[in-house]
Design a protein around this ligand. Structure first.
Ligand code: PMP
Length: 310
């Protein structure tokens, strides 16, 4: 990874290599952490964070799910993200806030363990590669099912649940694909290992509903809004496995992956990225570059003046 200089840790900016935890930290043993993935993009006004408030709100909801009281409020966390970007002098970056059960108690009852909070940011290019963004990636339906809503709530972004994504991701890489698509316990399409999925057929976009054991992605909500802006019908509806093989277009969305076309699933070719994927991808990158009317509402500028709308 591309190191930067400082990490915000429990209210202070410390040197990158000094942001350390005890080996008996609760979160390390049981996955009792909640986290976010956020991106800041380069704009004419300097770095701007995409949907910052929505990400912090989701972190707060994830924490609540695990009865974790965050020791910092929303505004403090938002200011801390901005301060971390600025102190590291980054024009664009990936931002990783994490709150975790720290050192002090062992055993499965976590509520007596302290809650530590850190925010790191560093330069991180296209998660599925520039080539993937341009020409699409090859995906595989994982043999692992997505965790069920009554096993671990998929809508909370918690550390432990990512063991599920990690098994699927390893399987897809080892078998020569770039990403895994997970089906849920009912056999319907759920998520990519770190992305939401969209299917285009006969001019209509379908994406799995939140109840299908997906993470309610912030990029997903963005794309639903952009498709609606463009007059493209969007349905949140269960998707069967064979529907993704015979779609006109399939793409995935996520903070790390952005808007990435899929050109092949389980060796069924889907062809080069189609017009709907291209149109939404172009608008997404215009917004994140600060060059679209929506940019004003959805970007939080790190110059201290907040949103463009203010
Ligand atoms: N699904 C899963 C399983 C994820 O890990 C992510 C990444 N956070 C997403 C979907 C996409 O969410 P977002 O657009 O908020 O990054």
């Amino acid at each position: 990874m591309q190191e930067s200089q400082k990490i915000w840790f429990n209210g202070e900016l410390v040197d990158w290599h000094d942001a350390k935890v005890h080996v008996l930290s609760h979160g390390l043993h049981y996955g009792t952490s909640v986290f976010e993935g956020i991106r800041a993009y380069a704009t004419d006004r300097g770095p701007a964070v995409f949907h910052l408030d929505d990400h912090i709100a989701r972190l707060e909801r994830s924490a609540q799910m695990y009865y974790m009281d965050l020791p910092f409020d929303h505004a403090t966390l938002r200011d801390a993200v901005v301060a971390t970007i600025r102190v590291n002098g980054l024009e664009s970056c990936y931002i990783r806030p994490i709150a975790f059960r720290g050192y002090g108690t062992m055993g499965l009852y976590p509520l007596d363990a302290p809650v530590d909070v850190a925010i790191a940011c560093w330069e991180w290019g296209a998660y599925l590669g520039e080539e993937g963004l341009k020409n699409g990636i090859r995906a595989k339906v994982a043999s692992w099912r997505r965790i069920g809503n009554n096993t671990i709530p998929a809508t909370a972004k918690a550390g432990g649940q990512y063991l599920n994504s990690i098994l699927a991701k390893i399987e897809s890489e080892k078998t020569g694909y770039q990403e895994a698509i997970l089906l849920n316990e009912q056999g319907y399409v759920a998520d990519g290992s770190g992305e939401n999925i969209f299917v285009v057929k006969n001019g209509t976009i379908t994406t799995p509903p939140v109840a299908a054991s997906i993470l309610e992605g912030i990029t997903r909500n963005t794309i639903i809004t952009l498709a609606t802006d463009a007059g493209i019908p969007v349905r949140e509806h269960n998707i069967g496995r064979s529907e993704i093989y015979f779609a006109d277009e399939v793409f995935v969305t996520g903070t790390a992956a952005e808007v990435c076309p899929i050109n092949e699933i389980d060796d069924h070719p889907l062809g080069p990225p189609g017009p709907v994927t291209r149109q939404l991808q172009e608008r997404f990158f215009a917004i994140t570059a600060g060059k679209d009317p929506r940019s004003a509402d959805w970007l939080y500028y790190a110059d201290g003046k907040g949103t463009g709308a203010a």
